[in-house]
Design a protein around this ligand. Sequence first.
Ligand code: ATP
Ligand code: MG
Length: 421
Amino acid sequence: MKLKALKGFKDILPGEVELWQELEEFARVLFAQYNFAEIRVPLLEETALFSRAIGDLTDIVEKEMYTFTDKKQTLRPEGTASVIRAVVENGLLVKKPVQRLFTIGPMFRHERPQKGRLRQFHQLDVEVLGSESALVDVELMSLAALFFKELGINVSLEINSLGCKKCRPSYRDALLTFITEHKEKLCGDCQRRSETNPLRVLDCKVPSCREHIADAPSVQDWLCDECSSHFSLVQKGLQELNIDFSLNKFMVRGLDYYCRTTFEFLTKDLGAQAAVAAGGRYDGLVELLGGAKDTPGIGFAMGMERIILLLLQKDEFALDKGVDFFLAGLGKAAEEKVFTLAWQLRQEGFSVALDYEGRSLKAQMKLADRENAHFAVIVGEEELAGGYGVLRSMKDRDAEQRKIPLTLDAFLELTEELPEE
Ligand code: ATP
Ligand code: MG
């Protein structure tokens, strides 16, 4: 029997994993600049957490969740609900009234795998709980904008406001009236949605539906005074920071918990999977999950697979960093010598590879290439007797070989010739 990973589940192999590490490291530094603290939450939660937070009538809860039905437990399809559960359960908002948190890790959704769409995928997830200020909305979008700018990824930002408990019902009615008039022309899913969750019709991907709802009323025209001024402040704040954006009245997002500001960062370089980051405000959610009344919140998540694909399209990301030294010992005694030397070099922070099988010089040089070594150090019987090795640059084939004493000091002197970490 041939064993294979499940469809939509992917190994991240050496060679690519370095890029993931770099991305995570980069994100951690940026998140720290914005004063976010890391939180790690479990992968498995009670099903009720997600069905309540995300909404029973969303695609995620209706068809994408991995649920152990006998145990009523679900692999998390997103991070926000778990982060809020953890914050409420541990009373974090009592200790500090505004919580600025990020979490990094895998999410699980049973959808059709495609390029940039997996069943286990990874998100960088950022949440601010306890502030209603439009400045926080702007700040989060500025964080994402800076993130993509520094990585050299081209994105466009689209924003919308979904209003609040007060103004959304009247918008919903207006939308429903419009949809009902056009109902027979819409797809089966939308006909069903129009009865259960009409806002969902706005983000139907079927081209004919999009055409028929092009003139649907805009939620932005139905905002109450508070929501309208909040939305103006968000736009003003973005303009102040020179962050380009456009308004998208159709952006309702796939989770029921959003209110007021929603936003997406989109790329043109990944075909159908255009969204690289998405989020919005969820002012009622903390309370819904058992936290204090009227606790506001906002957050967004970035899809790491999609970001990695975009980084891989650029050539400046050399994936395999390789090792500083490949130590080639020829003959038993030299092998032992380089084995000890490897131990000393590694204690000094150098990366080292070597051969353990007594291979020929030619075979070992081939290995040094495969390990992408910067230098090879060859130690045969003659060199061993003289207490030196032959230093060969594996990167600059025209460079002359030179002798190097087999002492730590001699190797430390090479530090400047090695690529930086
Ligand atoms: P999409 O419209 O692409 O399905 P979504 O609205 O379902 O996205 P969110 O729940 O907002 O996505 O998740 C935030 C980000 O996570 C997305 O913008 C995307 O980059 C990424 N993402 C979502 N689902 C997947 C998936 N199945 N595989 C890989 N990345 C994903
Ligand atoms: Mg989705």
